[in-house]
Design a protein around this ligand. Structure first.
Ligand code: PGA
Length: 236
């Protein structure tokens, strides 16, 4: 079965024209694209096969300067949002805020893609510490969320994001197996868990071949249509 490939464009590209060109060139089934909010409306109209996704949602529905609400997203055919990406967590987003955002998205039938992952200092402490850290993040994020709600998890070790130093497929595969065990124990069935962090056209296959890895969250390499298409092709 085909796995899920998500492109996280962050603050790129610089112009709407370039964003539309990139979206057209990578518009494939099984792909989810996360453009900046600024371009989301146009990209959601542009895409025919891939699905548009927000990079974040606001906690506040009506009065948060610079925010985007789930209700606004719903008017744009947007059915997914990233929540708790490490670039937000490292700027102070808390587990409690992430849990609230999960609840807001789920209430409005937008599927959250919950990002979790450890820093380099936790990574250096070894596998047990990493498992404990990620378990804590997931338990906090899923606090009081009914077990029948659908969401996706992306395991993205912070030290592997944008560093050209990906985790090994075996280690991330083992950690993802742990995440699946954990969510199963919490009563959540069939949760898709993806890997993210320095994925490119060359290494994508080695992650996709891991049985526990259900797909990839790709940053940098999703900005280059040729490279991203190579990843999509690897997925079959
Ligand atoms: P990267 O980013 O692929 O550039 O490491 C991944 C992400 O931030 O989601």
């Amino acid at each position: 079965m085909k796995k899920l490939i998500i492109g996280n464009w962050k603050l790129n590209p610089q112009t709407l024209k370039a964003a539309v060109t990139l979206a057209r060139a990578t518009d494939k089934r099984g792909v989810i694209l996360c453009p900046p909010h600024l371009f989301l409306e146009e990209i959601s109209h542009t895409l025919k096969k891939a699905l548009p996704c927000a990079q974040d949602i606001s906690l506040d529905e009506k009065s948060f300067t610079g925010g985007v609400s789930v209700n606004q997203l719903k008017t744009l055919r947007v059915k997914h949002t990233l929540i708790g990406h490490s670039s937000r967590r490292t700027q102070g987003e808390t587990d409690e805020e992430i849990n609230q955002k999960m609840k807001i998205a789920l209430k409005e039938k937008i599927t959250p893609i919950l990002c979790v992952g450890e820093s380099i200092s936790t990574h250096r402490k070894g596998t047990v510490a990493v498992k404990q850290f990620v378990t804590h993040q997931i338990k906090k994020a899923l606090n009081k969320i009914p077990s029948d709600r659908k969401f996706i998890i992306a395991y993205e070790p912070i030290w592997a994001i944008g560093t050209k130093r990906p985790d090994t497929p075996e280690e991330s595969g083992a950690l993802i197996a742990h995440i699946k065990e954990l969510t199963k124990k919490m009563g959540k069935k069939n949760i898709k868990v993806l890997y993210g962090g320095s994925v490119n056209g060359k290494n994508a296959g080695s992650f996709l071949r891991q049985k526990n890895i259900d797909g990839l969250l790709v940053g940098m390499a999703s900005l280059n249509a040729k490279e991203f298409n190579k990843i999509i092709k690897t997925n079959g």
